[in-house]
Design a protein around this ligand. Structure first.
Ligand SMILES: Cc1cc2nc3c(=O)[nH]c(=O)nc-3n(C[C@H](O)[C@H](O)[C@H](O)COP(=O)(O)O)c2cc1C
Length: 428
């Protein structure tokens, strides 16, 4: 079938300089597939200021359903995990978190904020945990509200490794793959403090840490989550094992790529055995430094990690990659909006046969383009979800996006959290 003649207008985005550029990228993308579509770029009927987001017959759009293992998502707009610091001092989720997540239930899938698997692994003020019964009960209210609002939600399982400040654990040193120290500061209950030296996990301790992942995964299912996402990204414990500037071990968990992947493999196989592969996802962040964690050869390491994960038949793989600019953006401790490493995701795509979720710096137009090119199966959005609880609707209808307030990102209250309204344009 000649796809060029089957381009269908789905919706529009605001026509700005960026929008025009996006339109050209979509055209270029489709031409790349050998299908000219110039005549099909009609303006959205409701506005002179819109260009269309396109649906190409046979290629998925953001608004097509998708199965992530056992999870049936009505669209391919995933809410990326966002730490927001609204749990209580005992890391128990609070009622306002249920309100906040339920407001965002139109996402195809919500990935929870990073959630501590153990006291040892959690070093962020008012971040939630999943290691005790009170935390499970607190999360149950959240998942009930999300389900009642028609949504689906997985829990992101987090061990921060060397990024835990000792003040969270009675002065105990944080643990990591190796005895290393990150330069930089972290949030504590007493304000920002310099990170302190970590100690290497003894090989005999690894089963205990893996068991903490298992307990947290079982607790997540008991708390009503539809699944879990193993957080292996962003410079936290699993990433500290994966990459060679933070993993200096000489035992079977260090050295070769196969050895550095071993901890991720152990965690994944244990969590899969506990809750089932079809409700387990994994998040990786292959390009650029993250909290001082970096690798000399990410183009070999991460496709190998993806191939290992492929063997489990996971619900999905979630890859965060900042756009390649040739220059690393180190604001906030890691690769954020720009990376000096060319994208690894295409190689990961070739190594992992399950659904691939891509992340970082997407807008609706670029997300549509990436899906249309078959580079990913779904796209996750982080910051855009903060001030736009109805983000899928706004993307679909080309409605303006609200900006979030930086000052209230991590403050422990409703303000700047659950008080961002739905689009007034949509309501009108
Ligand atoms: C406030 C904030 C909190 C975040 N918390 C987490 C987190 O808990 N777990 C995680 O894997 N990534 C976290 N991230 C990274 C986001 O999931 C996402 O990768 C990043 O914002 C880039 O995507 P975006 O361009 O769509 O915002 C956080 C980012 C922000 C801005």
């Amino acid at each position: 079938m000649a796809i060029a003649t089957k381009v269908r207008l789905v919706t529009g985005v605001k026509l700005s300089g960026a929008g025009r550029a996006a339109g050209s990228r979509i055209q270029a993308a489709l031409k790349l597939r050998g299908r000219a579509l110039a005549s099909s770029l009609a303006l959205h009927p409701s506005s002179k200021l819109r260009i269309p987001i396109l649906k190409v017959q046979g290629m998925p759009s953001l608004f097509d359903p998708i199965r992530f293992g056992a999870i049936n998502s009505p669209n391919r707009i995933v809410m990326a995990p966002l730490t927001r610091g609204r749990a209580d001092r005992n890391h128990v989720p609070t009622p306002v978190m249920a309100e906040y997540y339920a407001q965002r239930a139109s996402a195809g899938l919500i990935i929870s904020e990073a959630t501590g698997i153990s006291a040892e692994g959690l070093g962020f003020p008012h971040a939630p945990g999943l290691w005790n019964a009170n935390q499970v009960a607190g999360w149950k209210h959240v998942t009930d509200r999300v389900h009642a609002a028609g949504g689906r939600m997985v829990a992101q399982l987090w061990h921060m490794g060397r990024l835990v400040h000792p003040s969270f654990n009675g002065g105990a040193k944080p643990v990591s793959a190796s005895a290393t120290t990150v330069s930089g500061q972290t949030h504590t209950y007493e304000g920002r403090k310099p990170l302190e030296p970590a100690r290497a996990l003894g090989i005999e301790e690894i089963p205990r840490v893996v068991a903490d992942y298992e307990t947290a995964a079982r607790n997540a299912i008991a708390a009503g989550f539809d699944g879990v996402e193993i957080h292996a990204a962003n410079g936290y414990l699993i990433d500290q094992f994966l990459r060679d500037n933070s993993n200096l071990r000489t035992d079977e968990y260090g050295g070769s790529i196969a050895n550095r992947i071993r901890f991720l493999r152990d965690v994944t196989s244990t969590v899969v055995a506990a809750v089932g592969a079809d409700c387990v996802g994994v998040r990786l962040s292959p390009n650029g430094a993250a909290w001082g964690v970096n690798d000399s050869d990410p183009h070999s390491l991460f496709p190998a990690a993806a191939a290992t994960l492929d063997s489990f038949g996971l619900a999905y793989l979630h890859v965060r990659e900042a756009p390649f600019t040739g220059k690393l953006d180190t604001t906030g401790g890691g690769a954020r909006d720009a990376s000096d490493v060319p994208p690894v995701a295409p190689k990961i795509r070739a190594s992992f046969r399950g659904p691939l979720i891509l992340n970082s710096d997407f807008d609706g137009a670029r997300a549509s383009e990436v899906l249309a090119r078959g580079e990913a199966d779904a796209i996750s959005f982080g910051r855009p979800f903060i001030a736009n609880p109805d983000l899928p609707l706004r993307i679909r209808d080309g409605l303006p996006l609200a900006e979030f307030d930086q000052a209230t990102l991590y403050t422990n209250g409703r303000e700047g959290y659950a008080d961002y309204p739905r689009s007034s344009v949509a309501a009108a």
